[in-house]
Design a protein around this ligand. Structure first.
Ligand SMILES: [Zn+2]
Ligand SMILES: [Zn+2]
Length: 118
């Protein structure tokens, strides 16, 4: 259930390197195969952004855990956001917390700035 890969050897819709390669195998149609050391630097896994629900009391911060995993933390190497529109984790999107906040935050629009992992 990965978020797919990005191939830096190909251009995305905006003409920037990093075409999205869906699936669980880092193999792009152009021939870049991330399983081989030769191509390793040209294709990498997309990180999914988890939903970190806004804290009940404290403003401007999250609860510090992924909505999809109660025992998790949003530490290093974990991308999370309190904006439902920025979330790409399908598991998070299924949670009641996400649905509640999506309703509060309204129609998803891409925020100007994505929250980065702390
Ligand atoms: Zn490619
Ligand atoms: Zn998640």
């Amino acid at each position: 259930m990965g978020a797919g890969f990005k191939c830096l050897n190909c251009l995305d819709e905006q003409g920037m390197p990093g075409k999205v390669v869906p699936g669980d195998i880092p193999l792009c149609a152009c021939g870049v195969d991330g399983r081989l050391p030769e191509y390793k630097n040209y294709i990498f896994a997309r990180v999914s952004t988890h939903f970190d629900a806004p804290h009940d009391v404290l403003r401007g911060r999250g609860c510090g855990k992924r909505a999809c995993d109660d025992k998790s933390t949003t530490g290093e190497n974990v991308s999370s956001s309190g904006h439902t529109a920025a979330v790409t984790c399908e598991q998070c999107m299924k949670t009641d917390s996400y649905k509640k906040w999506a309703a509060i935050q309204g129609t998803p629009t891409i925020p100007e700035e994505h929250d980065m992992a702390l």
